[in-house]
Design a binder for this molecule. Sequence first.
Ligand SMILES: [Zn+2]
Length: 315
Amino acid sequence: MDDLLRALPKAELHVHLEGSIGPETLVELAPSLAVEDVRKRYVYNDFRGFLDAYKWVNGYLRTPAGYALITRRLLERLESEGVVHAEINISAGVIVWKNQDVDAMFEAVAEEAARHPVSTLFIFDAVRQFGVGAAWAVARHAAKWAGNGVAAFGIGGDELAIPLSEFQEVFDFARSRGLRLVPHAGETGGPDEVREAVNRGAHRIGHGIAAAQDAGVMDLLRERDIPLEVCISSNLCTGVVATLDQHPVRRLWDAGVPIVLNSDDPPMFHTTLLNEYRIAAQQFGFAPNELRRLAENSLRYSFRTGDPTRTSGMV
Ligand SMILES: [Zn+2]
């Protein structure tokens, strides 16, 4: 099974650079830490606990060399999983909040990524609860790098903090600069958050699993061909689904909603991209031809094509 999954050409479209730091890599960054201490921090049972751990990890990212190191480790792992292309979220909103130099950090990341065989594009992520002003700062940074390694503007964090509608002008600005829009929505929030994300111009939606609760929202995604970036283990670890068998991945797929499998923050959710495909096969009965279609989706819905209004076509 693993050989079959590894051999599938596929893209990782929803992985956070700062959430991809395994305990060993964090100790490389911060030798005063012990691997066991990091492992203890990577245990939580709700979304708030996860956000606290994510913030803690970010505190150890202080230099361009640190960002380059975590990029290298992430790409090494993705390559070992048969990933040919990755679209990697960078929490630019956190870098701005830390008063660090976004351009210097991104230059180091992009330089490292260029050395690697896995092709990459980057998504600059704002943090929803930091507010509209902070999101503007991220969008302006993203615009500076648009077409030069950065393909999209995203917004993550606590989706219940501030309505997406308040970010409309930021989204419009990002779009006008050729950036695609990839908000997290319908993860801790309900199906209306997914509808809202579509209405605000989302090209893909981070998580979006709450769509399964509303046939109208599923119709909308299908008609507009907007994929959900589904991250099964993440949803379980943050408690947004109570048990694995309650996860709606199979219902979404059977309803014809476009989906792509992703790992989100793999070591923080004790998973890998291959493991997400394995879960789809073993827990949700995805047959080999369906796994192949999921892998094809990951390439089809990537932003490697030059057209920001992407509607079709393998890359
Ligand atoms: Zn995410």
